[in-house]
Ligand binder design. Structure first.
Ligand SMILES: Cc1cc2nc3c(=O)[nH]c(=O)nc-3n(C[C@H](O)[C@H](O)[C@H](O)COP(=O)(O)OP(=O)(O)OC[C@H]3O[C@@H](n4cnc5c(N)ncnc54)[C@H](O)[C@@H]3O)c2cc1C
Length: 387
């Protein structure tokens, strides 16, 4: 009997919970100690079926809509920042290639879904702002584009088989001057330099990508010339922002559970901390914040699955989740008292891992700029309509 997508999602979610309770802590400890994601873990996540949840079924993925994927991602995000990162990268960055031409989708998507290929996404640059401010150029020369420029903070660039690089093909054309390129591993014009260890998400690699006269065949323009902004923002980042927000929900829910368990057992002045109303209020505040963020994610997921533009909803979810996860992990650390600050305490790693969520797919200010732009555009439209 064929399972419904709901049944598939429920079964995988339960598998994640089992993985977390039976193996999660062992993998997390190994990552924290070695500062690496062991090959065996990449393999295990693939074997358990956590890396092909969202890719289309024709390519070998499970084809889960965001609404069904999010409860799974929430459980994954309770495990370890880098486990979440691997699952997220496989289940999210393929969408850039999903905006490509049919032959590009046919080449790459089955490989991503069966775990043979990893795609990384290279937008951020060290010397300037993101988006139309970027300076990496791509110049057409006899059937090839020559890329020059530098990207940094690129997650899993070293492990990736192909990088989606956003570059400028027309300096005067604004958004329409941006193009996405597939730059394959081993291209002699691309140099990868590992970046120093990060504060959290230990084990995840990030690299500086230097493109020096990097020749990319015209066939590896992803989609069409001038579609780079749409591929980066509408095709990938909007849904990915909602995914990062959902990851924040999982991480914060874990911090809240840890803090709740702790205050039930920690006694001061003759009573468990959990008997104090001040502590109960704090837990309640944290729980409300987590649930509010979860519902913002669900709203974005439902609209995305219905084919709607979710730039506003994704930015609201991500902007809110940044504040929420900061407050909840702060609160959890505070409730643990000094013992929580100890390296290796249950909340210390969550506190560090939460901070990457501030940056991945854009900061709070970037999300607020998107929200404000929509508010002002709508206000202008209302004014015009009233005239
Ligand atoms: C763990 C991690 C993984 C990442 N992975 C990737 C990846 O795989 N691919 C990729 O391309 N990038 C990646 N990034 C980069 C990430 O997307 C950027 O760090 C983030 O978008 C912020 O950009 P920035 O670092 O250039 O900050 P900046 O743009 O330099 O901003 C610095 C500060 O100024 C604020 N600011 C900037 N401009 C304005 C403005 N106009 N008005 C008001 N405030 C402003 C920002 O909000 C921020 O607080 C990753 C980052 C991290 C930390």
């Amino acid at each position: 009997m064929t399972q419904s997508l709901e049944q598939v999602a429920q079964e995988i979610r339960e598998r994640v919970v089992r993985f977390r309770t039976e193996e999660g802590a062992v993998w997390a400890n190994e990552i924290e100690q070695t500062r690496q994601i062991p090959d065996a873990l990449w393999h295990r996540l693939r074997e358990l079926g956590f890396l092909n949840l969202t890719q289309p079924q024709w390519a070998g993925g499970r084809g889960l809509p965001l609404q069904l994927y999010f409860p799974i991602l929430e459980e994954v995000a309770r495990c370890h920042g880098s486990i979440r990162m691997v699952v997220h990268v496989y289940n999210s960055i393929w969408r850039t290639v999903g905006c490509g031409r049919e032959e590009q989708q046919r080449e790459w998507l089955p490989k991503v879904a069966n775990g043979e290929a990893l795609v990384a996404f290279a937008l951020t640059e060290p010397g300037n702002g993101t988006g139309i401010d970027l300076r990496t150029t791509a110049t057409y020369q006899q059937g090839r584009y020559i890329l020059n420029g530098q990207k940094h903070l690129i997650t899993f660039a070293e492990e990736a088989d192909v990088l989606v690089v956003i570059a400028k093909t027309d300096a005067e054309a604004g958004r329409a001057g941006l193009t996405a390129f597939l730059v394959r591993k081993g291209n002699p014009g691309m140099r990868l330099t590992p970046m120093p260890d990060m504060m959290g998400d230990k084990g995840s690699s990030h690299a500086v990508v230097t493109l020096q006269d990097c020749a990319v065949p015209e066939a590896d323009v992803l989609g069409e010339v001038g579609q780079g902004f749409d591929i980066a923002l509408r095709g990938f980042l909007d849904q990915s922002r909602a995914c990062i927000a959902q990851s924040a929900v999982g991480l914060a829910a874990e911090a809240l559970d840890q803090a709740t368990d702790f205050v039930r057992h920690r006694t001061t002045f003759g009573k468990p901390l959990s008997a104090r109303q001040a502590i109960q209020m704090r837990l309640a505040e944290m729980a409300m914040e987590v649930q509010a963020a979860r519902l913002l994610c669900l709203d974005a997921a439902r609209k995305y699955d219905a084919g709607q533009d979710i730039s506003l909803e994704a930015s609201m979810a991500k902007g809110f989740a940044i504040r929420m996860v900061g407050a909840v992990t702060d609160g959890a650390l505070a409730l643990f008292g000094g013992i929580g600050y100890m390296a290796g305490s249950p909340v210390e790693r969550l506190y560090r891992d939460a901070r990457s969520i501030w940056f991945e797919e854009g900061t709070a200010e970037m999300q607020k700029m998107t929200i404000a732009e929509r508010l002002l555009t709508d206000a202008r439209k209302r004014e015009r309509a009233a005239r």
